[in-house]
Structure formats: C-alpha cells, structure tokens
Design a protein. Sequence first.
Length: 267
Amino acid sequence: MSNSNIAEMTVEDGIATIVMTRPDRRNAFTQELQDYLSAKVSEITRRDDIDAVILTGSGGCFSAGGDIKGMLENQPKEGQPGADYRKRIYAINDWIGRLRNLEVPVIAAVDGAAYGGGFALALCADFVLCSPTARFCSVFGRIGAVPDCAIMYVLPRMIGMQRAKDIMYTGRPVLAEEAKAIGIAFDIHPADELLDAALTLAKRLQPSSRKAFALTKRITNQSLDLDPQSLLEMEAAAQEICFTTDYNKEAVARFTRKEPLLFNWEA
C-alpha cells in the first residue's frame, strides 16, 4: 500500500485501486496529485502483479479539476513568457498518455464532479462507471483556457466531433444519463454500489490473456488514426505474438477438449 494525504493506492488480488483522498479540496487536480498519479502509473507499468486499475475519488467527488488559486498565484507577470505553462502541459500529457495506454483494464468510478483535469482523468479509462449524481464538464472555457490533458484528442474520438465541440465550447456540465447516452459513461450505478461495480467489472476481465488484452488495447487506441493497411499489419504482428503464448495454447486445448475456458465473460 502507498499512502498520501492526496491519494492512496491499494493492491488486492491483482487489482490496484487508486483513491483521491482530498474531499475537502474536492480532490483538486493539483500539481501534487499529478505527481502522485504519474509515479503510480510508472509503478503499475513496472509491476507484473497488477491485472486491472480502478480510479475513483472520495467524499462524493471524483475530481473538481484544476487548482484555480494555484493557477492565479503562478501566472506569469506582464512581459514574462508563458513557457512554464507549456512545459507543465507537456509533463501532464506524458503521464496522461501512459495512463491511457496502460496494458491492463483501467476503470474510472465517478461519483459527483469530474471537471477539467478530473474529466480528462476519467477519459483515460477504458470504462467509465458513474453514479446518478456524476457531472462531467470541460470547464476550461470559463476561465479563457483551452481544454487540455488530451481532452481535445480523446473526446471527439469517443463521442464524435459535433458532440465534443458542444461540450468543449459551452463548458456545460454533462449529467449521468446524458453521459451514458452519448458514450462518455459505460454504465450508471447507485453511489454506494459504484466501487463494487468497478471491482466486479475488473474481476470479470482479469482472467483474460494479459498479452492479448495489451495488444488489443494498444492497437485499438490508435485505430482511428491508422489507415486500413497499417491496422492490418499491426493486427497480423499482434496475432503472431498471441499464437506463441502459453495462454493461447492452453485456451485452444481447453476449447477442443470442451473443458471450461480460461476466459469466459458469460460465465
């Protein structure tokens, strides 16, 4: 277990659960939180005993977004360049990208606000589960800023260009039912059942081939940017790798012997 007054990560039965633990600050997307999450992404990448990751908040809030007070204090003085802002965005997008491409299932359990950077964090997940009180908001326009943390890349690919523009241009909150209808949220669960639902989903995915899942996720995450031939080449290379794994050999043998499968979602 890793503890912090900002967040904590626990690992149990191969599932890492990262909880943001500053409800008094509405789990603000501060530099401290970003540093913590970056370190945990690096740790998870190195470890072989983690099969899935759950991201969630505490106190009825996922993350209300950036630390506006901190932004105000760190604004460049008149005549000073804003290069530090660019460096910070590059740094955020480094670990955000690594989180989005973790080679295990990532599930966000969103209760309450997922605003700004918190919204971007939720969008890193393969599946977003939310409570009826969840609110997703690309709030940046309210302070004269552009959506960052890769929202402008991920959101149009998730819900389509026109809907993404609506959400980014207006800065309006998207409530749970709409989020599910347009494809931001995968499912809605009562707040007191939300984490259990995330754990259940993680456990159902856990028996799958880690190698096959990792390759499927990496290719799928790039698929909308690839031409058909490039996608076919990646598919062929990935399949060659999968067919050489012990998992595949055992799974095929079980199938031919009509034995219980290693991974059976319906079961």
